[in-house]
Design a protein around this ligand. Structure first.
Ligand code: ATP
Ligand code: MG
Length: 452
């Protein structure tokens, strides 16, 4: 934990805002965002709204309800809920001590928090299964590159309380429906069974036997994994380990009859939904509480970060977090990778940009006052309205209206005001008429309705 010795006493002003002044502060830091984070600017944020809308809509159609959990949790939750031998816990968490000396972690994923909320709020007492979804930022100390960030966003779902194989297929089907609605086709569902606590020891032994005489050739991390968590060797990204693992015994070859039956049924349900999949014996989740189905959805053409969705069954997790044995399954989709995929595939979301309905151009003090009031009134009526804030010339205001792509421009000068009239320009028709100020709202409402 940082001891705070590098922090200088605070200036009065900074003290008020509780900002520690760091000695030799590099002022570039004040205008540079932390590595691996992004600003989502106007023009881009509309795409996010659209993605979120599609996710919410599909979830609602499938009967999933939204849950919002804190951005930070007790570190213990992730040690237990994600697992101490995972990459996330071993090297990617943003953990710190708060002022009450509690160890806090910015959530690196959504499942652990959802399980915690399920238990803490006794959602298990409601009719089961519990079907939840979330959308929000996650934090991992990853190596930033295209599609890999330190603050990124996930859309995820979790189903607690059913071990029925049709649920596994439905969860995958939900992910595919979201992608379909976004017109993303040609994605590959990779699926595997990772076994269960009954058959896993047999599989682990087979793996250890297989890798023992290859130990020296494995990467350093995998040499350790051989003792701690041999399953994760199959997940290693190094070319050498991949090559060595090529003929490793598959989870399926050690699967017990009930795992095999579950997996066969899941595949049958996927066939029934017409979802194409590839059975991928390399796909694993390296922890005891992951059971049965593991899956990933991969995209070609977005570079190395090709997984846009990862999920699986975790029938042991809720018990691991202190609950009664309760089956669970879910997935998480990376929103940034989703956007990257849309861009790569040339799916243009820029038509989603909205334009205000009306621009009021006003010249002179009194007309500007009137324009200010009128803008407020129109907005209250639900007519989106833009105006000038910088005393620009009429020409500049008209140019701004054009650039914004409004449907109507209203022009108000001293003369019009005296006559209690306003010039209305319907941009699509380049027609211009004069309307009494008192009728303008009705006029616009009528016009916008017929334009809809
Ligand atoms: P990877 O192998 O790419 O690191 P992961 O196994 O760590 O992925 P999961 O924990 O399964 O990923 O998370 C689900 C999804 O979240 C991923 O498929 C990916 O789309 C997205 N994701 C994970 N980490 C990041 C990140 N650092 N930046 C952006 N998206 C991410
Ligand atoms: Mg990762």
């Amino acid at each position: 934990m940082p001891d705070g010795k590098h922090l200088k006493p605070l200036t009065d002003k900074m003290f008020r805002f509780n900002i520690p002044l760091i000695e030799g502060v590099d002022y570039k830091m004040l205008t540079t965002r932390p590595r691996g984070t992004n600003d989502i600017l106007p023009g881009e944020v509309e795409k996010w709204h659209y993605l979120e809308k599609v996710c919410r809509r599909v979830c609602s159609d499938f009967g999933y309800q939204e849950i919002r959990t804190p951005i930070f949790e007790h570190t213990e939750l992730f040690l237990r809920g994600v697992g101490e031998t995972t990459d996330i816990v071993e090297k990617e968490m943003y953990s710190f001590y708060d002022r009450g000396e509690r160890s806090i972690t910015l959530r690196p994923e959504g499942t652990a928090s959802t399980v915690r909320a399920f238990l803490e709020n006794k959602l298990y007492a409601e009719p089961q299964p519990t079907k939840l979804y979330y959308i929000g930022p996650m934090f991992r100390y990853d190596r930033p590159q295209a599609g890999r960030y330190r603050q990124f966003h996930q859309f995820g779902i979790e189903v607690f309380g059913s071990n029925h194989p049709s649920v596994d297929a439905e969860v995958i089907g939900l992910a595919c429906t979201v992608l379909e609605k976004l017109q993303l086709t040609g994605l590959k569902v990779h699926i595997n069974t990772v076994g269960c606590p009954q058959c896993r020891p047999r599989h682990l032994k087979a793996l250890v036997d297989y890798f023992s005489d290859k130990k020296d050739k494995l990467c350093k991390t995998c040499q350790e994994r051989l003792n701690k968590n041999p399953l994760r060797i199959l997940d290693c990204k190094s070319d050498i380990c991949r090559e060595l693992a090529k003929d490793a015994p598959t989870t399926r070859s050690s699967a017990c009859p009930s795992c095999e039956v579950h997996f066969t049924k899941v595949l049958k349900y996927l066939d029934a939904l017409g979802i194409e999949y590839v059975v991928d014996p390399r796909l694993v989740r390296g922890l005891d509480y992951y059971t049965h189905t593991a899956f990933e959805i991969l995209v070609e053409g977005i570079g190395a970060q090709s997984a846009i969705c990862g999920g699986g069954r975790y029938d042991g997790l809720i018990e691991q977090c202190g609950g009664k044995p309760t089956p669970g399954i879910g997935f998480a989709m990376g929103m940034e990778r989703l956007l990257l995929t849309l861009e790569t595939k040339g799916i243009d979301l820029s038509q989603l940009l909205t334009h205000p309905d009306v621009y009021i151009a006003a010249i002179g003090e009194k007309p500007q006052e009137e324009a200010f009031k009128l803008a407020m009134e129109l907005r209250r009526k639900g007519i989106s309205t833009e105006k000038d804030y910088l005393d620009k010339s009429l020409k500049a205001q008209l140019k701004a209206a054009d650039r914004l792509g409004v449907k109507y421009t209203l022009i108000l000068g001293d003369e019009e005001l005296k006559a209690r009239k306003i010039v209305v320009k319907e941009m699509a028709k380049s027609e211009q008429t004069e309307i009494p100020i008192d009728d303008i709202i009705n006029y616009l409402e009528r016009g916008l309705k017929t334009n809809d």
